[in-house]
Design a protein around this ligand. Structure first.
Ligand code: ZN
Ligand code: ZN
Length: 227
């Protein structure tokens, strides 16, 4: 028996009460289709944070790694914008699940070698003066956590007020002070930083060094998209 029309009917019915549609294909009743999110996967491999070559890198053996899922252009950019300014935190979790699944599929040996009890996912926090209703990096982190089984820990704080990312030029971002973040209660943990977009990489670099100062081992960073 073909259930396709029935499934479509249920989705349209749900759309009346929960008016959402996939921001990529417009499918009603869907916060975002799994296939649509998975199709944004651009990068399959974990890279060296210092030089961008494949991890493990012979030049920077002790450096953290970085994994970015999509390219921050066209569809991925629009999706992130609609996510930031909508109230659908669950879209972030769906995005995070796609990222987690891609990591597991393409880098399983690395991911499965980590002890789930010692690894924590640490999202970049919202700026102190941010008026957003939720932290998109945190929502993505919870999606990744659901797939990989690592706990989310909101251990980072901005040390002082800084202008929001969109208000700062690339040069200013480079000038983010060394101590712009502080971290707590992460001693002895292996930290993976989670962020929505990477541009110059300075924010993640500062976050990793705050975690290192607090006694954690800086393992890597997972980012939704690379600008
Ligand atoms: Zn879709
Ligand atoms: Zn390297």
């Amino acid at each position: 028996m073909d259930f396709q029309p029935l499934t479509h009917f249920i989705k349209c019915f749900a759309h009346v009460f929960f008016p959402v549609s996939c921001p990529i294909c417009g499918n009603p009743g869907e916060i975002a289709c799994k296939e649509c999110l998975d199709s944004l996967c651009f990068n399959r491999k974990i890279k060296c944070f210092a030089c961008g070559l494949d991890h493990p890198c012979v030049l920077h053996e002790s450096e953290a790694w970085i994994y970015f899922f999509a390219r921050h252009n066209d569809v991925a950019r629009r999706l992130l914008l609609s996510f930031k300014y909508s109230n659908h935190e669950s879209l972030g979790r769906a995005m995070g699940e796609s990222v987690g699944n891609a990591l597991l599929r393409d880098n399983e040996i690395l991911v499965s070698s980590y002890d789930a009890g010692s690894v924590i996912l640490v999202p970049i926090p919202l700026h102190r003066e941010s008026k957003r209703r939720f932290n998109q990096s945190r929502a993505i982190a919870f999606g990744i956590s659901r797939v990989l089984g690592f706990k989310v820990s909101e251990s980072l704080r901005w040390s002082y007020d800084v202008k929001t990312q969109t208000e700062r030029s690339g040069k200013e971002r480079l000038e983010l002070a060394e101590d712009v973040f502080s971290a707590e209660k992460i001693e002895g943990k292996r930290v993976i930083i989670i962020d929505d977009v990477i541009t110059t990489g300075t924010t993640i670099k500062r976050a990793l060094s705050a975690c290192a100062r607090a006694g954690a081992e800086c393992t890597g960073a997972i980012v939704w998209a690379k600008a």
